[in-house]
Write a protein that binds this ligand. Structure first.
Ligand code: NAP
Length: 308
């Protein structure tokens, strides 16, 4: 058996899709969507104990590796046809990690790299957007056929505060209550990612992916109030309180700094995009915030977590 490869099924065949950062929120959704679409998925994870969860989501195999470790990527990509490259959020090494993926993909003869970027990488005032822009440039110039996906902020940021929304009637977000967002449902993004991965019609495309509405936190709170049949107040978490809470959770200083810069930027500029591309990819209107809230409510009633 190859070192690092977990003996768990049909990995490394001519049709295998490798998904990086597979154990994260996005990675899990993408693995699951690809598996539902019939792909043979190999999940790149960092630790052995993450394997079971990925297999349960439909991955046919797992490989242990690290985006900073080129050797582990060479091993992971052997025999893979496609790679969906997702990186860790707000990471200072986004460009180096993407360069590792591209070099390993080229060495392994991978035929299609799908790079999971962010909407508006050209907002260069934000370091993680700027780094995604630079990484996109590397992808385009790599010589390997590619598709670049640029998703906007997820609706799923509601999930960690769901208990407070339901229990206390507080919808607290780290930005101004009137800043506007075209939030997108990660389930839709994962479905679109699976589509572009499994169909060569999307080679050399760059797609902005946004949800169908322009909503402020105040308007989200109003929808929550209607759906939960209780008053819900929108509150802006002050930046210093956010900083204290992030430090308390042990987040690295660099990540906290980037997070705070991002939230200040949202206060000034919001985060708006257009849903037409996502509509075209899905063949239907993307999910709106209300339908997401209903799904989250149903999952909470059923005692499920992390499923909406
Ligand atoms: N959240 C949003 O609204 C949003 C919007 C647009 C774009 N995005 C982009 O989506 C991507 C994923 O975000 P997310 O929220 O899904 O992240 P996440 O849940 O924090 O997951 C990140 C994953 O990256 C893995 N990871 C960290 N360092 C790694 C390394 N050196 N090598 C391999 N894997 C590594 C982590 O592994 P462990 O599980 O072992 O810790 C984790 O599974 C990011 O690039 C982000 O910019 C997010």
């Amino acid at each position: 058996m190859e070192p690092g490869r977990v003996p768990s099924g049909d990995t490394g065949s001519a049709s295998t899709v490798l998904v990086t950062a597979a154990n994260g929120r996005t990675g899990r959704a993408v693995v699951s969507a690809l598996a539902r679409a019939g792909a043979v998925v190999c999940a790149l994870v960092r630790r052995e104990d993450q394997r079971e969860a990925l297999l349960a989501l439909g991955a046919q195999g797992c490989v242990i590796g690290d985006l900073a470790d080129r050797v582990s990527l060479d091993r992971a990509m052997r025999g893979c046809a496609k790679v969906v490259h997702i990186g860790p959020p707000l990471h200072p090494d986004e460009v180096a990690m993407t360069a590792n993926v591209l070099a390993a993909a080229q060495a392994a003869g991978v035929g299609h790299v799908i790079y999971y970027s962010v909407m508006h990488p050209q907002r260069r005032a934000l370091r993680h957007h700027r780094l995604k822009l630079e990484a996109e440039e590397r992808v385009i110039e790599s010589g390997t056929p590619y598709t670049i996906l640029e998703p906007i902020r997820y609706m799923q940021h509601l999930e960690p505060i769901w208990t407070e929304v339901v229990g206390d009637g507080i919808h607290a977000m780290p930005f101004d209550v009137d800043a506007r967002f075209s939030l997108v449902d990660l389930t839709d993004l994962a479905g679109a990612t699976a589509k572009v991965t499994l169909c060569d019609d999307h080679l050399y495309a760059t797609y902005e992916l946004a949800g169908p509405e322009s909503l402020s936190s105040r308007e989200m709170a109003a929808i929550l109030a209607e759906e939960l049949d209780r008053p819900v107040e929108a509150r802006a978490i002050p930046i210093d309180a956010l900083e204290r809470s992030a430090k308390g959770r042990g987040l690295p200083a660099d990540r906290i700094e980037q997070m705070l810069a991002m939230n200040r930027h949202y206060d000034r500029h919001g985060f708006l995009g257009n849903a037409r591309v996502l509509t075209g990819l899905l063949g239907r209107q993307p999910n709106d915030f209300r339908s997401y809230v209903r799904r989250l409510k149903a999952a909470a009633h059923a005692g499920q977590r992390g499923t909406a």
